[in-house]
Design a protein around this ligand. Structure first.
Ligand SMILES: [Zn+2]
Length: 186
């Protein structure tokens, strides 16, 4: 495999490490028992999180090792392929990123703020636990059960915190990315 693509992946990784991103996100390269390679690259918190990716599947008949599948699913770039496809998988990812110049620009303050806002909401969501209270959520027409420490279900508890300004509001622009959003008041 050419060293250039490894250097590029190192660069891609380094520009996204900001003291925060690397704790929850990252790059994994593993082997499969097919045999083959499996590469997953987390896109959340990167410029690529909302970019369209056309899934790719390549197979050549006679050689069982000559296959490759690349796709983006739930905010993760996933590539797999035969034993000699690791470089090719990484190059597909590089070529995709290269179509969107600016992926390696430092995250803007607004972008960083959005990541932080989303993490605050997720932390509250985790802390609320399960909707296994004995009564239904107090919000009109909501059929969910309440969580243990609120009269509301998870979503409505968070919505109420947002209403009073205790939590930021994310306006999601694109349902598939789920995070490309603006932090602000409703
Ligand atoms: Zn509810």
């Amino acid at each position: 495999m050419d060293q250039d693509i490894i250097g590029w992946v190192e660069h891609w990784y380094r520009v996204h490490c900001n003291g925060d991103w690397e704790h929850g996100q990252g790059v994994k390269i593993e082997t499969l028992d097919n045999p083959g390679w499996w590469v997953s690259i987390d896109l959340e918190g990167t410029d690529m999180s909302d970019k369209p990716f056309e899934p790719l599947e390549a197979r050549r008949g006679e050689n069982a090792d000559d296959w490759m599948i690349c796709r983006v699913q739930e905010g993760v770039s996933q590539g797999s392929g035969g034993p000699e496809k690791l470089g090719a998988i990484l190059r597909v990812f590089k070529e995709w990123c290269d179509r969107f110049p600016g992926w390696d620009a430092p995250l803007s303050p607004e972008h960083v703020e959005l990541v932080a806002a989303r993490e605050r909401i997720e932390a509250v969501r985790r802390a609320l636990g399960r909707e296994d209270g004995l009564e239904q959520c107090r919000e009109t027409d909501c059929t969910h059960l309440r969580v243990a420490h609120s009269i509301f279900c998870i979503d409505h508890h968070i919505a109420n915190l947002q209403r009073v300004g205790a939590l930021p509001v994310l306006f999601t622009g694109c349902p598939s990315s789920g995070w490309r959003a603006r932090a602000g008041r409703p």
